[in-house]
Design a protein around this ligand. Structure first.
Ligand code: FES
Length: 56
């Protein structure tokens, strides 16, 4: 599933970023540019990141 349409960031990419050690939204933004355009995906991206971190 695509989380950030503007920057074409999928749920899978967020999972990969978490696996690489990303733990905060600002790190995620730096890595994937998620939420840097319209910002609508920020809540969803945070949720995906949290869920992913919880399952580790
Ligand atoms: Fe992510 Fe627009 S959908 S910045």
């Amino acid at each position: 599933m695509i989380v950030c349409v503007c920057n074409n960031v999928s749920e899978k990419k967020i999972h990969q970023a978490v696996a690489m050690g990303v733990t905060t939204m600002s790190e995620l933004r730096e890595q994937l540019d998620v939420g840097t355009c319209c910002g609508k995906c920020a809540g969803c991206a945070r949720k995906v990141m949290r869920e992913c971190m919880d399952s580790n």
